[in-house]
Design a protein around this ligand. Structure first.
Ligand SMILES: [Zn+2]
Length: 237
């Protein structure tokens, strides 16, 4: 099997996203599939979603606690071993050097072959949605940490030995080039998403939306359900 093909599974991967539930929406079908095959996955949460509610009974502190618990439960469903909460404030993520350095430290520590992240250039979705600025900032921070920072020996040597990420799997992007069959793990994806109770009011609608999107993605490749990525190959061998 060729590296980065649809069926290829790395030994280690890392998701870098802004909020609890972002990775579940983005790539958890693939995450669950890879975990089943023995891949070790680390989740990096830049914020703990401590502003993500319209319910006035929460405080940022109480919401953080709830959302970290929900994220841990979602990770347990998927079989994700390691979770790192960086606890930046929700709604205020900036792709600055401090965040880049934090991510470099974690990339060098966990040495993922693959990093999953969003698309920093995605501002508009059709004519009825705008991308969250935290999503764009998190995606840019992830990409800038992967290359070239993590692999530069003379940059922040105190954060660990240089590590070169093999490939970046970009989700929610217009230009996709790789479809991963998640027909066997779509149910786990939905189950993991349902752990984010504080974000949900209509579980049925969520399930229908997830199935429909994955069915649409798989259709042209003859897959029942798929997640589509733009895979950027940084290390082919
Ligand atoms: Zn989000």
């Amino acid at each position: 099997m060729t590296k980065f093909d649809s069926d290829w599974i790395p030994q280690s991967a890392m998701t870098i996203f802004a909020h609890p539930d972002d990775a579940e929406f983005s790539c958890s079908g693939t995450v669950a599939k890879w975990v089943k095959a023995g891949c070790e996955i680390t989740y990096i949460l830049i914020t703990s979603g401590n502003a993500g509610t319209h319910d006035p009974t929460y405080t940022p502190e109480s919401l953080l606690e709830v959302r970290e618990r929900e994220q841990r439960q979602a990770c347990a469903v998927l079989g994700v071993k390691y979770i790192e909460f960086l606890r930046h404030d929700d709604g205020r993520v900036v792709a600055d050097l401090n965040l880049r350095r934090e991510l470099v430290r974690l990339i060098r520590q966990y040495k993922p072959e693959v990093v999953f992240c969003g698309d920093p250039t995605q501002v508009f979705w059709l004519n009825n949605r705008l991308n969250h600025p935290d999503h764009r900032a998190a995606a840019l921070a992830a990409i800038d940490a992967v290359f070239p920072a993590s692999e530069m020996e003379l940059l922040w040597p105190e954060e660990g030995p240089a590590w070169k990420v093999h490939g970046v799997y970009v989700r929610t992007t217009a230009e996709v080039n790789t479809w991963i069959d998640v027909s066997d793990t779509i149910d786990l994806k939905i189950k993991a998403l349902r752990e984010h109770h504080s974000q949900l009011d209509d579980y049925k609608e969520l399930e229908e939306t997830i199935r429909q999107r994955a069915a649409d993605a798989g259709q042209e490749k003859g897959m029942l359900f798929a997640e589509a990525f733009r895979v950027v190959r940084l290390k082919e061998d």
